[in-house]
Structure formats: structure tokens, C-alpha cells
Design a protein around this ligand. Structure first.
Ligand SMILES: [Cu+2]
Length: 415
């Protein structure tokens, strides 16, 4: 990408220099027609056109973070909001050292706040910060993530039905873009997006009442919306029903997401955003919590635990077929729905998690080992859609054991 930026910048400088020469000549001869007859005049002009074309083309294939390339026509409401890629490339380059380098972009699956318990509805204050950072998708593969609070997904928010929320959104000064927040738990236009459009360094606050319990996605809804979402700006908010949720031993937080990058899967270095792949719905990476797992189990529990996973899909294009290999969900809250008339499902193998949607799964751990958590559109494992749940504890041969084999390691069987 650096190469493209250099080509772009060099052609820009050469093009402008050639153009200035041309203008000087025109001023000297006081006639464009006469000027054009001289080789020393039309040559710089030719250079100007040539280098601008080169600059523009290199730009088109490299611009790392613009909302939409110019002249890309889409039918999004209100048209698109193109940054000029060239300006975007220059400002990205200029500000490159300002972006925070995040060691691990991945939000911990353990980062679920404790259950709220029995309390009356109240006023809750939430403060969040949008931040553009650079981090690894997998070792050596870097991406310019846009985040809430520097992690993907953003923080797990937990409130209670009937609560009034005072939510402040700050856009970090190092950001190059406006951001906002649309919470699907909000009743009101844009889910809060119109009230929280923050430019770099700005803070805006809005108040809303959580009328409906459920597990909801929140995301950035700044045009071009799908660009912002697929840079990592999404998370979950749980609105606990008045009576709360049944207690479990452990709760986890997982959100599936997509990364659209130019070039092949696994290309090292800083990967540029691929708008065409976004429009086509063909991401290079499908992630759980922002990055590809590095074989270290991110979810840990023990035999006998009843666990609950809050699952979201930040999208923007793919429906997740959420599945844990070697387990059956004892209970599923389909689409994260909860209410007096909601139906919970029992004994589910795979649950659909729609883009901009959620699901809640609960299951008891009976057999130790390593379990792969996947999107069961399994080719997406090749794009990174997997994580490991490690269960420790005593084996349970009544439920699972080899026959006629000695010393089978349960961990191996977990695969
Ligand atoms: Cu945004």
C-alpha cells in the first residue's frame, strides 16, 4: 500500500509541477493556442494529464480508509458521502503516526458485566469513545480498525428494562472521520445516530428510555454505514427483562464481523480497505471478536458449568450459522428475543444470527476438551471464523469415550 501512496504522491507532485510550468508558458505567450504549438509547453501538459491519471488510478486501488471512492455509484439513501480518496490518502499518511497501535484488538469474551439483579429502573450513564486504531487481524496482517473504546466489538453494555440511559459519545481527536452510534435497543429516529454525529474531538450526549428487553446490536451509522460497520464499529447491549435472566455459571460475549481488504487472505503488512468487495459481500476475513484466533483458547470454563453466550453479528453482509462443534445448545433465545410471550428453543444445533441481530445460547458442559466455535458456513473457517472454548475437568466416560482404545486424550477428541 505504501508503494501506491508513494506513486500517488509522486505523480501528484509531478503533475502539479508540470501544470505550473504550463501556466507560466501560457502567461508568457499570452495565448493557449500559440503555447500549445511549442513542444516545451504541450509536453508538461501531457505530463500533467498522464501523472494525474496514474495518481488517480493508484489512488483508486489503494485508498486506505475513505468512505466511498468517487464516481462509485450506489443507491444509498441521501447519496453517498465520498471523501476524496486522494485527500484521504494524504491525511491518512500525514496522521499515520497519530493512530494508536493496539496490541490485541479483540474484546475479551469474558468482558460481560455482572447480572444486574433485582433493582428498580433507574438512570444509567454510559460514556463511550470512538477511536481509529491500527492492530493485527492475524500475525503480521494489519488493519486500520475503527472502534468503540479501542476494541472490537465495543464494550458489552448491560442495563435493565425501563432504565433511562444518558449516553455520551466522544470521538477521539486522532480520528479522521465523523462517527455516531445507532443502538437497536433505542426507540427513536436513527436509534440515536442523528443525535450523536461527532466530529474528531467532539462529544455529544442523548437520553433514551429502554422500553423493550432483549439483546441488541449497536453500531456506527455514519455514511457510508456499511464501511463504518465493517471497520469494526459494532457491539452488543443487553436490556435485561424486569425479572432478570436465569443465573448461569459463566457468561461470554462474541460478535462475528467481516473485514474487506485488498489483495489475498493473509497478505502481510497494512491492508487497505476494499470497497468493491464490501459492495459484493465478499470479505477476506470473517472474525469472532475482531481478529483471527491464534490457537490460544479465548473462552475457558469447566465441566459442570452452565454457560451462556451472547452472540451478535456486526455484519454487514453475512448471516452467521452459529455452532459449537461437539455441543448442543440446551436453550436458545432466537434472535436475542425475550419477553412474556417469547419462545425459547431447546436442543438446538445451529442458530441463525442475522447481520445487525443477535442470539443467546445456553448449554451445560459435560465433557472436557477443546471445542471449536464456528459459523457453520464452514468455508468461513478459512477466513478466520472460529474460536476455541476450552473445558477443563474430569472426563465423563458415560457420556463420551472411545471403545477399545487406550489413553485417549479428551483434548484431542475435542477437535
Ligand atoms: Cu463510524
Amino acid at each position: 500500500m505504501l508503494l501506491y501512496i508513494i506513486i500517488g504522491l509522486v505523480s501528484f507532485v509531478l503533475g502539479v509541477t508540470a501544470f505550473i510550468f504550463f501556466i507560466i508558458h501560457v502567461i508568457r505567450f499570452r495565448s493557449i493556442k500559440q503555447s500549445l504549438k511549442k513542444k516545451s509547453v504541450w509536453l508538461p501538459l501531457l505530463f500533467f494529464i498522464l501523472f494525474f491519471v496514474i495518481g488517480y488510478l493508484s489512488d483508486k486501488t489503494s485508498s486506505p480508509h475513505f468512505a466511498m471512492p468517487p464516481f462509485m455509484h450506489t443507491q444509498a439513501p441521501g447519496g453517498v458521502n465520498p471523501d476524496l480518496p486522494f485527500i484521504a490518502v494524504i491525511s491518512f499518511f500525514k496522521n499515520y503516526n497519530r493512530f494508536e497501535r493496539v496490541d490485541d484488538i479483540s474484546q475479551s469474551p469474558d468482558s460481560v458485566p455482572p447480572a444486574i439483579g433485582n433493582r428498580n429502573q433507574q438512570e444509567v450513564t454510559i460514556k463511550m469513545k470512538t477511536k481509529e486504531v491500527i492492530s493485527e487481524v492475524s500475525p503480521g496482517v494489519y488493519f486500520n480498525y475503527w472502534t468503540y473504546d479501542g476494541k472490537v466489538p465495543g464494550p458489552f453494555l448491560r442495563i435493565k428494562e425501563g432504565d433511562t440511559v444518558i449516553l455520551s459519545l466522544t470521538n477521539d481527536e486522532s480520528s479522521l472521520h465523523h462517527h455516531n452510534i445507532d443502538l437497536h435497543a433505542v426507540t427513536g429516529p436513527g436509534g440515536g445516530a442523528v443525535l450523536t454525529d461527532v466530529m474528531p474531538g467532539e462529544t455529544k450526549t442523548f437520553k433514551w428510555k429502554a422500553l423493550n428487553p432483549g439483546l441488541y446490536i449497536y453500531h456506527c451509522a455514519m455514511p457510508n454505514v456499511s464501511s463504518h460497520n465493517s471497520h469494526g464499529q459494532y457491539g452488543l447491549i443487553l436490556v435485561e427483562p424486569k425479572e432478570g435472566l436465569p443465573p448461569v455459571d459463566k457468561e461470554f460475549y462474541i460478535v462475528q464481523g467481516e473485514l474487506y481488504t485488498i489483495g489475498n487472505i493473509g497478505k502481510k503488512g497494512l491492508n487497505a480497505f476494499d470497497t468493491q468487495a464490501l459492495i459484493d459481500g465478499n470479505p477476506n476475513y470473517v472474525t469472532f471478536n475482531g481478529r483471527i484466533d491464534n490457537k490460544t483458547p479465548r473462552l475457558k470454563a469447566k465441566v459442570g458449568d452452565n454457560i451462556r453466550i451472547y452472540v451478535g453479528n456486526g455484519g454487514v453482509n453475512l448471516i452467521s450459522s452459529f455452532h459449537v462443534i461437539g455441543e448442543i445448545f440446551d436453550t436458545v433465545y432466537p434472535e436475542g428475543a425475550m419477553g412474556p410471550n417469547s419462545t425459547k428453543l431447546q436442543n438446538v444445533q445451529t442458530t441463525a444470527v442475522l447481520p445487525g441481530g443477535s442470539s443467546i445460547v445456553e448449554f451445560k458442559l459435560d465433557v472436557p476438551g477443546k471445542y471449536l466455535i464456528v459459523d457453520h458456513a464452514l468455508a468461513r473457517m478459512n477466513k478466520g471464523a472460529w474460536a476455541i472454548l476450552e473445558v477443563i475437568g474430569d472426563s465423563n466416560p458415560d457420556i463420551f469415550s472411545g471403545v477399545g482404545m487406550k489413553n485417549i486424550n479428551n483434548e484431542e477428541m475435542g477437535h
